[in-house]
Design a binder for this molecule. Sequence first.
Ligand code: ZN
Length: 112
Amino acid sequence: MVDVAAISMDQRRQYLNNRLRELSSRIENAEKGIRHIDDPLVSDDPDRALQVSNDNVLRVIDEAAASEIKAINAVLARIDKGLYGVCIHCHGDIPQQRLQAVPYALTCMACA
Ligand SMILES: [Zn+2]
């Protein structure tokens, strides 16, 4: 007998873990860029301005990835409690369609 629900939850967990790794390496790269490890800040003003604006882009990437990591960790905790797909606000079911689109969704559309 194959437990379909268990398999799909395992796959989901795997997907989320893969995504976590992907996001961590993205953050690592962004922070490496911000700290200018491979690309030291130059003294020439126009070039330096370009580097600084690039840093701001990297910071946005960094923050977006960090907040997604937070959401994924929260969802992994919900999976452990057997509460995956249950809205954290109204405790209603989060529609499968929404979970397909946003696997780390913690709320239903109405509560989002
Ligand atoms: Zn809800």
